[in-house]
Design a protein around this ligand. Structure first.
Ligand code: MG
Length: 480
């Protein structure tokens, strides 16, 4: 496209969006093509979810040696969210929050004793929870889950029982099912081999490979995702592509060995970056880019106790497992050429909890009415038509509230470090208070000068607790 036609095209998009939003929801008679948004069907939704990738692990988010040209371009053509939170700082509850738009305490998908699901777990996301896939299925979307699920591996909890038409991936973390003959402790992670873990790869309800060849997971997840997009290019679709990596143990395919100056962890991120490029290229080539909302984010912060095999939270404090910013604020890039203004940065709050309500709105579907949701439709912020409706965030660790953010202020009632032998748990009678807009690294406690803010946050927390109905605990159930 010439620069003149690009300018004309951009101008016509903005006018077109306005006109389109004023039209009644009937099919507009134009023929879709590679250059034209297809208004005749609701937007496709693609969520790409990394596992344990930190706030500081992308080049355009400040990493000095990890090379992520595809994510950087996605952000340049799309939008960065710099204050985007997950629902919990570890895999299972974080994913429960994403899938349902509800804090994991409501679905029973969090616990103080077992923080995630394990291969001997008997629980899972309760079937009566409503997932993004179920909401979108009602509008005729094709739905696929590719990658790590971690919301229950028994048949009744698998993706195809939770609204997905198809599933291909590992049902839980890639470090589970460790074999007895593997080297002890951290040694197995330092020089990981496929044979040290007996984790399965599944298609729908069947185990098709065990142990899964983890070196080719990112490649195979990507191929599966692209096949799904091709097969459903003429109807609306929802693709949930949840990479098993960069959760330790770290594996990458032969083409990415010694690819990164950052070593093994960098190789793994660079392969995920390649995968992002493949997905976006496919959407462009099929003429679907202008009708597809793509979100790239991570399930929680970096697993810092794995040192150079874990990622980086950049300027944020601490990492995975903690309610410090590094545990729950994650990189988020949204992309939708022609709808999301290119190269924009949203500094308002957003959350993975907001993806279900936003996708529901974009699809013209109905939100579940019979339950409390913790997410908001953040499309006004995304499209540049208004602020994010999110002004608060609850930071749970297990079933307890550790911290609450209201506006720019975050109060910590309990602090604890990530996983490890000394988690340094402290209860604060007067909470620690940080202005995380001024002080994202949570260094300077301003509690003594802001008693009214603390009162407001205490009131918010009391109201939340008063209406809260915790779900039946799922993570402590074990297979007898
Ligand atoms: Mg994780």
């Amino acid at each position: 496209m010439s620069s003149f036609s690009r300018v004309f095209f951009l101008a016509s998009i903005f006018t077109g969006i306005y006109i389109w939003q004023c039209l009644p929801s009937v099919a507009v008679g134009s023929q879709p093509s590679a250059e034209q948004p297809n208004r005749d069907q609701p937007a496709n939704v693609v969520i790409i979810f990394a596992d344990d990738m930190g706030y500081g692990d992308i080049a355009s988010w400040g990493h000095p040696t990890i090379n992520t040209p595809h994510l950087d371009r996605m952000a340049a053509d799309g939008q960065k969210w710099t204050s985007f939170y997950v629902a919990a700082s570890v895999c299972t509850p974080s994913r429960a929050g994403l899938m349902t738009g509800r804090l994991p305490i409501r679905s029973g998908m969090c616990s103080n004793t077992r923080r995630v699901l394990f291969p001997d777990s008997a629980g899972g996301l309760p079937p009566d929870e409503v997932t993004i896939a179920e909401v979108l299925s009602q509008r005729g979307y094709a739905t696929a889950c590719v990658g790590k699920w971690h919301l229950g591996h028994l048949p009744q909890y698998l993706p195809i029982r939770q609204g997905f038409d198809q599933y291909f991936g590992m049902p839980y973390s890639n470090d589970m099912d460790r074999v007895a003959s593997a080297p002890p402790g951290r040694q197995a992670f330092l020089e990981p081999r496929i044979s040290y873990w007996n984790a399965p790869l599944m298609r729908n309800e069947e185990v098709i490979e065990r142990p899964a060849d983890q070196t080719t997971l990112t490649q195979r997840y990507t191929e599966e995702a692209i096949r799904f997009i091709h097969a459903n290019r003429h109807r609306p679709f929802f693709l949930y592509l949840a990479h098993s990596l960069p959760h330790v143990p770290l594996f990458r395919s032969s083409g990415f060995v010694d690819h990164s100056r950052h070593g093994l962890y960098g190789d793994v991120i660079e392969e995920i970056d390649w995968s992002v490029g493949e997905i976006l290229t496919t959407l462009r080539e099929l003429g679907l880019a202008k009708n597809t909302w793509v979100v790239f984010t991570s399930d929680n912060g970096p697993w810092l106790t794995f040192q150079e095999q874990g990622g980086s939270a950049g300027l944020l404090r601490n990492g995975k497992g903690s309610t410090w910013e590094g545990g729950m604020r994650v990189p988020c890039v949204m992309w939708w050429p022609g709808r999301i203004p290119a190269g924009t940065v949203i500094r308002d709050m957003g959350s993975t909890l907001d993806i279900l309500p936003t996708a529901t709105h974009l699809a013209g579907a109905e939100l579940p009415q019979d339950r409390v949701l913790d997410g908001y439709d953040i499309s006004p912020a995304m499209f540049g038509t208004g602020p994010s409706p999110r002004n608060q965030m609850f930071f749970y660790r297990g079933v307890q509230i550790y911290a609450v953010r209201l506006g720019p202020y975050k109060a910590h009632f309990i602090t604890e470090e990530a996983y490890g032998s000394n988690t340094n748990r402290q209860v604060h009678e007067t909470p620690l208070l940080f202005n995380v807009e001024v002080d994202p690294s949570e260094q300077w406690n301003v509690a003594s000068t802001h008693p009214k803010v603390i009162d407001e946050i205490r009131n918010l927390m009391a109201r939340h607790r008063a209406e809260l109905q915790p779900g039946e605990p799922q993570l402590e159930k074990r297979i007898p």
